[in-house]
Design a protein around this ligand. Structure first.
Ligand code: HEM
Length: 395
């Protein structure tokens, strides 16, 4: 279902037009209702993520309050400037796309051959430089994928997915702890002096929440772009990248790439819906028109807010760099407010660098017919083969 954005948008559209339907399915689907639900953190709690945290406690599933704030401050302090992530990702994107251009293979897997190693380099390069390098295909990268798959479906996952995630959780925890001393030293700065277990818990969490989400997002962005390859906005961007000897060094092209990343993820958000635990009986919606019982779950249809005509003109149109009535809505795919993703700006930089390296490949297209274009492993994208032709002219 999370890979059916058009269907989710339709559900959100019905819920916006027929508020009784939104109340019946216990969901916020307008921009105003989504934002108000995100903002009422004590009534609508992020503890709904807890059943998915198979690798251990982590900030994403903590209730808002003193403990979350302290933990969030510690995590935030580990992020160098977002541009550092973009630089590390650019180095890897250039290396990988040069290798593809210079090699014999004309097909590659966007996930395993490109996004997975690139996301690892970018994330570990920027704040986890104390972790060992992981070559493509390393079991640890698969462990992160299996944990990511479990994050999406959690307790309703099949027994196989759950068992695999339990094994991966044990492996990632053991691996991070075996590298804990240099990590702890790196996390001791600026007044922070975290205990060994605090560091381990957060490194494990950041890796398995961040790495698969970033690798997946590269595939989601390309799904949107390839679907409109002839759209002048996409075609013009691709041509400009291909004509440039070093697209990563061009500030304007990088801004353009970021615009495409954000617009593509608006239409195909990696987490189109999020849930919240309802603490006690409470009113729902920005105007309090509905009511939901304590002890139940409430759904935040971020995808509804990102397609709400009250928030932007012609939401159905692909328009990179578009205007929003509220500028912060540009980043709604990363959540909102105090619980918004701390990886937001770094991830946008990483994905922009990655995109420049992909669209640079000449005559890029799907390698498989439409019904086999995207391979899934349970709820997570595990493969997406693309083809390019260095010898051919044209797009
Ligand atoms: C494209 C990639 C990513 C996307 C789309 C994404 C999306 C999100 C979203 C929607 C939330 C809010 C969840 C909620 O409100 O229930 C979130 C939270 C979070 N994300 Fe990300 N994320 C990405 C990458 C990353 C990375 C690379 C990291 C860290 C290295 C990270 C760490 C976190 C953490 C720690 C939280 C919890 C924040 C809190 O509850 O205070 N994410 N992310």
């Amino acid at each position: 279902m999370i890979h059916q954005p058009a269907m989710l948008r339709l559900v959100a559209w019905v819920a916006r037009g027929q508020p009784w339907f939104g109340r019946m399915i216990k969901s916020a689907a307008t921009r105003a209702d989504v934002v108000s639900t995100f903002e009422r953190q004590t009534a609508f709690s992020s503890s709904s993520h807890r059943p998915n945290l198979i690798a251990g406690d982590f900030v994403i599933g903590m209730e808002s309050g003193a403990r979350h704030s302290a933990e969030r401050r510690l995590v935030d302090a580990q992020f160098p400037p977002a541009t550092d992530f973009g630089l590390h990702a650019a180095q890897e994107a250039r290396k990988r796309s040069d290798e593809l251009l210079g090699g014999d293979a004309r097909e590659f897997d966007l996930i395993d051959d490109y996004m997975v190693p690139l996301a690892w380099q970018a994330i570990s390069g920027a704040f986890g430089a104390r972790l060992p390098q992981l070559p493509p295909g390393d079991p640890m990268l698969m462990n992160l994928r299996y944990l990511g798959a479990h994050l999406i479906v959690g307790p309703v996952a099949t027994e196989r997915v759950q068992e695999r995630a339990r094994d991966s959780a044990a492996a990632v925890n053991a691996w991070v702890r075996s590298n804990i001393e240099p990590l702890r030293q790196a996390w001791t700065h600026g007044g922070f002096s975290p205990e060994r277990e605090e560091v381990a818990r957060n490194v494990v969490g950041m890796l398995w929440v961040g790495h698969p989400a970033t690798a997946q997002s590269g595939a989601l962005v390309m799904q949107e772009l390839l679907a409109r390859w002839r759209d002048p906005r996409v075609a013009g961007f691709v041509d400009r990248v291909r004509r440039h000897a070093d697209p990563w060094a061009d500030a304007e092209l990088r801004e353009e790439a970021k615009g495409h990343v954000l617009e593509a993820l608006r239409l195909r958000p990696p987490f189109p819906i999020l849930t919240r635990d309802v603490r006690r009986d409470t009113l729902t919606g920005a105007g309090g028109a509905g009511r939901v019982r304590g002890g139940t779950r409430y759904t935040v249809m971020g995808i509804g807010a990102m397609s709400d005509p009250a928030a932007m003109r012609e939401p159905q149109v692909y328009r990179p760099g578009r205007k929003f009535r509220h500028e912060e809505d540009r980043y709604l795919m990363f959540g909102w407010g105090a619980r918004q993703c701390p990886g937001r700006d770094p991830v946008v930089e990483i994905l922009a660098s990655a995109l420049l390296g992909i669209v640079r490949l000449p005559h890029l297209q799907w390698a498989s017919p439409w019904w086999r274009r995207v391979q899934f492993d349970g709820p997570i994208i595990s493969g997406m083969r693309l083809r390019f032709s260095p010898g051919k002219t044209g797009r």
